[in-house]
Design a protein around this ligand. Structure first.
Ligand code: KIV
Ligand code: ZN
Length: 497
């Protein structure tokens, strides 16, 4: 049986520290419930002494969650530990995560004390935390830049004081994978009581090595990994949960496993990205928009012959319906023909050559060729099928006013109007739009971004709606964000046709 690697998710603590990513308590509970469904073992819910809001979130998450251990962060300070214990009072399974810096840099320039004093404060904090809970994790902050010999002495002392988990953070993301792996191995081989505790990795991504370092930790004996959804976290972020989970799933030869239900990875990623207003970069491993998109002709041909030619993960395994073939000037005949067939067209070789020729001319002018373009190229122009277009929008809103929106939309060239109220101007406008279309759609993602920073800035809006099990993407940019939002919504709806 493969060894289990415990997944410790710190999206709601290290991830939530990112400027602009703050969530309210209700949103945090929503994320915590998604993490529970995903199968994480430990949820680090917050740093209770840091603010009343964080304290309250740990209390509410503790009440709402049943299976994962709920963990609260503290410094090696009695008051922090007392407040964390109080915040965890309703947790069915609870852990206090306490710690102190162990690197020469932190000892001399942050804590300004002696190495001997660090060992004493570390052990005292663990002992004190054990008065409140049975499960105490110790973090050796900046372990990445700590001397291995001293780190081993600290770890031995905290395990003796009752630590059940010892966390070895590469706080500044400095270590090379070999170096981090060797550090974990050193602890395994040189801390006499190490078998009484689980070793945890906690890596930051400042040099882009967080996942590599985490895996080297696992390979060398760590059995807990501290991760966040989408790799969000301080500065360049933390190790991303989805990367570690899929590496472990793909590499059977590592002889380790996790309890993550990988089919929920994509939906959890979307939820965190949307609630935290943190777009996922398009080429992000596993969950980026392009992670399963193929655009070069050679790759498209290979994927169409057998998906595994260019994909090591089946997108279905992470909750994405299928890989996508993006038609661009670099696409070949095979990809074009495949798309034509999906659209219901069948052509012989000569006709296909002719369409391909016209396709290349068009692709030189447009970045991406959409299904509508393909239909035109195939000589099938659906007269009058087009489309939805925003003709007018009038919104009334303000403090103490009920938001009301009237929209005028051209549907197949004919102008229709609807008026609706809502809990805000965008909700009122979307409700009015929905009155004019005869389809039940669900808004899956809604992201507003300012392009620069002024109040006169252009707002970009990205929207994804779900209709009949499929996703449709809409975009618009406007100085008026309500207009941009409605246009993006209509852009997505127009694609449903
Ligand atoms: O990066 C770090 O060292 C941390 C600790 C508080 C665990 O986040
Ligand atoms: Zn951290």
């Amino acid at each position: 049986m493969n060894d289990k690697v415990i997944i410790f998710d710190t999206t709601l603590r290290d991830g939530e520290q990112v400027p602009g990513c703050q969530l309210n308590t209700i949103e945090k509970i929503e994320v915590a419930q998604a993490l529970e469904a995903l199968g994480v073992d430990v949820i680090e819910a917050g740093f209770p002494i840091s603010s009343p809001g964080d304290f309250n979130s740990v209390v509410e998450i503790s009440k709402a969650i049943s299976n994962p251990v709920i963990c609260a962060l503290t410094r090696a300070v009695k008051k922090d530990i007392e407040v964390a214990a109080e915040a965890l009072q309703y947790a069915k399974k609870k852990r206090i995560h306490t710690g102190i810096g162990t690197s020469p840099m932190h000892i001399q320039h942050k804590i300004r004390t002696t190495p001997e004093e660090i060992i004493k404060r570390a052990a005292d904090a663990v002992k004190y935390a054990r008065k409140f809970v049975d499960d105490v994790e110790f973090y050796a902050e900046d372990a990445g830049r700590s001397e291995n010999e001293f780190l081993a002495r600290v770890i031995e002392a905290v395990i003796k004081a009752g630590a059940t988990v010892v966390n070895i953070p590469d706080t500044t993301g400095y270590c090379l994978p070999e170096e981090y792996g060797a550090k974990i191995r050193y602890l395994v081989e040189n801390v006499p009581n190490i078998n009484k505790a689980t070793i945890s990795t906690h890596c930051h991504n400042d040099l882009g090595m967080a996942t590599a370092n985490t895996m080297m930790g696992v390979i060398n004996g760590a059995r807990q990994v501290e991760v966040t959804i989408n790799g969000i976290g301080e500065r360049a972020g933390n190790t991303s949960l989805e990367e570690v989970a899929m590496i472990i799933k793909s590499h059977y030869d590592l002889n380790v496993r996790t309890d993550i239900n990988t089919k929920l990875i994509y939906s959890t990623s979307r939820l965190v990205s949307t609630l935290m207003n943190m777009p996922v970069q398009a080429n992000k491993a596993i969950v980026g928009r392009n992670a399963f998109a193929h655009s070069s002709g050679i790759h498209q041909d290979g994927v169409l012959k057998k998906r595994e030619n260019y994909e090591i993960i089946d997108p279905v395994e992470v909750g994405i319906k299928e890989s996508s073939i993006i038609l661009t000037a670099r696409s070949g005949r095979a990809a074009l023909n495949h798309r034509l067939e999906l659209l219901g067209f069948k052509f012989g070789k000569e006709e296909l050559d002719e369409i391909y020729h016209r396709f290349l001319l068009m692709a030189d002018k447009k970045k991406e060729i959409k299904d509508e373009d393909i239909k035109v190229l195939a000589g099938v122009v659906f007269q009058g099928e087009k489309s939805l277009k925003l003709d007018m929008l009038q919104v009334t809103c303000g403090k103490s006013l009920m938001p009301v929106a009237t929209v005028g939309i051209k549907i197949n060239g004919e102008l229709h109007y609807a008026t609706a109220t809502g809990n805000g101007p965008i909700d009122a406008s979307f409700t009015a739009v929905k009155q004019l279309i005869s389809k039940t759609v669900h808004l899956e993602e809604f992201l507003i971004q300012a392009i620069t920073k002024g109040s006169d800035d252009l707002g970009k809006v990205h929207i994804q709606v779900e209709y009949d099990g499929k996703m449709f993407y809409g975009f618009s940019a406007h100085t008026d964000i309500i207009t941009a939002s409605v246009e993006a919504f209509i852009d997505a709806l127009a694609k449903i046709q």
